[in-house]
Structure formats: C-alpha cells, structure tokens
Design a protein around this ligand. Structure first.
Ligand SMILES: Cc1cc2nc3c(=O)[nH]c(=O)nc-3n(C[C@H](O)[C@H](O)[C@H](O)COP(=O)(O)OP(=O)(O)OC[C@H]3O[C@@H](n4cnc5c(N)ncnc54)[C@H](O)[C@@H]3O)c2cc1C
Length: 377
C-alpha cells in the first residue's frame, strides 16, 4: 500500500505528530498511524494502576475512538522496517511511504539485570503496574527498595515519585512503622537539570523518612538472600524490591539498522535520520533530551512544522527546542512542576514550581487536553 506519511507508533510522539498534520492539512493529510496496542496509556497513569486508584479501562484512550481527518489508524504489529526503501511490513500489510516516521518508544529488558526477574517487580509497563497492585495489597510491611537498574530511563522524576507515593501508601495502610523506603539511584541528585526540584524532593524525602542512596550502580539482585548489589561492593537488604528495568529500543528497530549505540541518532533540529525521508522522535532516539512524553511531544511539534512547510510551501519551521513541563507527584495530593528547556540555552535548565493542589488540577487537565487534541476531530 502506498501512503504519504507513515507514522510507526501511536504513543506520545506519534499521536502529537498525527494530530498536528491533521489539523494543518485536513482530510488531505494522508497519514497512516500504526500501533500494536488497543489504546494509549499515559506513563503517569501507571501510578494509578499500581496503587489501584483507577482501572486500565479508565486510563486507556482507545485508538478506535480516533477520528482525526486525514489520519487512518491501523492496529497492526510492525515486523520489519527498511529505511532505505521506506518500506514497512506488518502482520497484515506492506507499506511504502513518502515520509516515514519512527516513534516506537523504548522497551524494557528486565532479564538484563541478573536476579531481577526472580527477585523483583516493576511498575514501568502496564502489566507490571497492574500486577504490582496485587503484590502491594499482600505486602505486610518491611524494607521496600526502589532501584534504577540502568540509564537512560523514562521520566527521570518517576522513581522519586514512586518512593513518595509508596511511603504514603504504607502510612495509609498502617504499615509505615514497620517499614522503610529506600531509593537506590545512579545519579547524585534526583533531577540534575532542576536543582530546585531536586532540593524539594530531598526535603520531602527527609520529612517522610525516605532514604536516597545516590551515585549507586546496581549490578544484580540476589533473590535468595534478598539483597540489592551495588558496584562498590555494598549491598542493600529488601523485603520488597521495585526496579526500573534497563531500557532498549524495540527489536524491530535494532534489525532495521536505524539505531547506533542503542538508539536512533537524529538531527536535533528537525529529527531527520541519516536515511532520506525517514525521521524519528521520542524515546527511540538519542536526541539530547530525557526520555519523557513531553519531549516526544515537542519533537513532534518541530517535525510537524517541518513537514507542513513541505506540504504547503510555507516557511514556518520551528526547530526542536527540547522543552517540556514535567509534573512530579509528591504525595498528599500535591504535584510540583519542572519547566525544562534542554536545547535553547547553553545549559539545560529546569526551573521548579512548588507542589500544590492547583498543579494537581493542572496535571489532570494535561491528560484531558491531549485526549481532545489527539483523538477528536
Ligand atoms: C511510571 C512512568 C511515569 C511517567 N510519567 C511521565 C510524565 O509525567 N510526563 C511525561 O512526559 N512522561 C512520563 N513518562 C514517560 C512517557 O510515558 C514516555 O517517555 C513517552 O510515552 C514516550 O513517548 P514515545 O512516543 O517516544 O513512545 P511511546 O509513548 O512509548 O509509544 C511507542 C508506541 O510504539 C508502539 N510499538 C512499539 N513497537 C511496536 C511494534 N513492533 N508494532 C507496533 N507498535 C509498536 C507501542 O505500542 C507504543 O504505543 C512516564 C513513564 C513511566 C513509565
């Protein structure tokens, strides 16, 4: 099948790009959007699933409801990508595209950390977060250790959020006194580009008795001894271990030859790969921004302006600015915000807005506005 613009992956980046092309070009947009899943789930909704605050049904935005003019959604599994020919084979169809955009995100490799599959749990995937809820319901207190198992990893504040929300969960269930919460982290500070955000998180940790073990590289988990092993030879005992698994690109991207050193290199202004007519955005790339939805979204914004210029013969291209506002859940219904900017200044910047209930409402609105923009005509 011949198509104008073929977008692989209907996550944060793919949905933002498809909706912008649709809004600018209307029924003539000629976009085909492919994803293997039934619907989109925001990364932060994994906390809702993990703590049983919502069901999967309540947090899923179904692709069947996507009615953007000029966008055809196809639920298919991508089996191979030939970037030189811009040819993509799925479990149903073979596509040839004028413009090919790879937005397939990052996958997890729990087996890459010895002992983790046998001795720990994860909340970074939807099935993992759902399964963890049952584990938490059965947990009767003890040493909870959250460990970041590799870099890069999605949403840098998320492990800290997990620690604060877990501490709150244990308190509400009357298990706090017989429990401890420890975060083992490869960085010396929670959110390096945001010194103020890092101070606020560390303050909250101190208030709530959460231990931050920074600058620690986890080598393996010993499920029999129930210990987390650090590269410096030290160990941390646990009763419940939650790991942020090692991330990697999907196998289909590795096999395509698009990735180098693990991720797809792109021109940081317009997201072009080294193959003509082939672009990549979001977590699947090595663009110099953290792996988070808001940066996939700002990359999609830049690429959309580039492609719309080509289609309409205009000159409105706005290069990728690496900007995005990341919400941070502090527990107690309070949410803070880091307004990150990675590419417009000499250094990444991340001014911090203190946690408040108002920002919690703003975060809820963030999901609603995306649902409207991405799915409705
Ligand atoms: C716990 C947690 C909290 C988070 N909180 C935030 C937050 O507050 N703010 C924020 O901005 N980000 C947050 N994130 C990160 C955010 O979810 C991701 O960075 C973002 O989704 C990346 O967007 P993307 O478009 O690159 O990829 P994704 O959104 O991951 O989309 C990739 C899509 O490709 C599809 N796909 C992959 N392989 C195939 C295949 N072979 N065939 C068909 N389809 C395929 C997948 O099904 C998926 O839908 C969080 C993540 C986690 C885990």
């Amino acid at each position: 099948m011949d198509t104008n613009t073929l977008i692989l992956g209907a996550g944060f980046g793919g949905l933002e790009l498809a909706s912008r092309l649709s809004d600018a070009l209307g029924p003539d947009a000629g976009v085909t959007l492919i994803d293997q899943n039934e619907g989109f789930v925001f990364g932060f909704s994994k906390f809702e699933l993990m703590f049983g605050r919502a069901t999967l049904d309540e947090v899923m935005h179904r692709y069947a409801e996507l009615v953007k003019p000029g966008v055809a959604f196809r639920r298919e599994r991508i089996l191979s990508i030939d970037p030189a020919a811009r040819r993509v084979v799925t479990d149903r169809e073979t596509y040839e595209a004028q413009t090919l955009v790879v937005a397939l995100g990052a996958e997890y490799d729990p087996g890459a950390t010895p002992g983790f599959v046998e001795g720990g749990h994860e909340f970074y995937s939807v099935p993992g977060a759902i399964a963890l809820h049952d584990v938490l319901l059965g947990f009767e207190g003890g040493a909870v250790v959250i460990g970041v198992l590799g870099q890069p990893f999605k949403c840098p504040p998320a492990p800290c959020e997990a620690a604060m929300l877990l501490e709150e969960w244990l308190t509400k269930r009357g298990q706090r006194e017989r429990s401890s919460v420890t975060l083992v982290h490869p960085w010396g500070t929670p959110v390096p580009p945001s010194p103020d955000g890092s101070v606020a998180i560390r303050q909250r940790f101190e208030e709530r008795g959460i231990t931050f073990l920074g600058d620690r590289t986890i080598t393996h988990i010993d499920p029999a001894a129930k210990t987390v092993h650090i590269a410096d030879g030290s160990t941390v005992p646990y009763d419940l271990f939650l790991g942020i698994p090692i991330h990697r690109v999907p196998a289909v991207v590795v096999e395509s030859g698009l990735a180098e050193d693990g991720w797809i290199p792109v021109d940081k202004t317009n997201l072009a790969t080294r193959f003509p007519g082939v672009y990549a955005l979001g977590d699947v790339t090595s663009a110099p921004v953290p792996k988070a939805g808001v940066f996939a979204e700002s990359a999609a914004r830049a690429l959309a302006s580039y492609l719309i210029d080509q289609a309409k013969q205009t000159a409105d291209f706005r290069p990728f600015d690496g900007s995005g506002s990341c919400y941070v859940e502090f527990g107690g219904g309070l949410v803070g915000r880091v307004d990150a900017d990675f590419l417009t200044g000499p250094q990444p910047r991340g001014p911090f807005v203190a946690p408040s209930e108002e920002l919690a409402r703003e975060k809820a609105g963030f999901a609603t506005t995306r649902d409207r923009r991405w799915f409705r005509a």
